[in-house]
Design a protein around this ligand. Sequence first.
Ligand code: HEC
Length: 148
Amino acid sequence: MAKSYTGGKHWAATRWKGFTQVTTQPYVSATHGGRQVQNLVNKIGLNAYKKFDDIKAVPVGSTMAKPSFTVGKDGEAKLGPLFIMEKMTKGFNADTSNWRYAAILPGGNTMGVTKATNSAGVAFCHECHVSGEDNDFLLLAPEEYRVK
Ligand code: HEC
């Protein structure tokens, strides 16, 4: 896949490749446009995230990245958006329990970032992630795709 997410302004769009993959393979995520996705977590969040259904809370600075792609009729993979969640310090945004959501388009342009570019355009992220309240609003890959 030629296009990447770099070239824009979000630090994680450049750095996510250094995160640890917590999914064993791409899987179809109906909630992220029916695209194939993988989940990656940075060093700060890794231990907490790997408790999966027992997460309760992740440390400030925890960052999750979810690259996506679709496969066309011609069998060619086409890059989709990069979805990012970043746990900010207390006081950042009570509405999202201090999560900063971001969606970065292939090529690096920003689709939206909580409390920054097109914040309203990513409000739907937390509206759905709110159902993961017990796990600090993380919703986790289906069990069969988790790296244990
Ligand atoms: C309709 C519900 C829904 C919406 C809207 C949604 N998500 Fe998710 N998200 C999920 C579910 C369910 C999972 C875990 C399973 C999966 O990947 O499909 C998940 C997983 C994630 C993960 C991996 C970390 C985790 O929760 O385990 C990230 C990162 C993420 N979403 C970011 C976003 C961003 C950014 C947006 C908005 C642009 C967004 N999501 C919108 C339901 C949603």
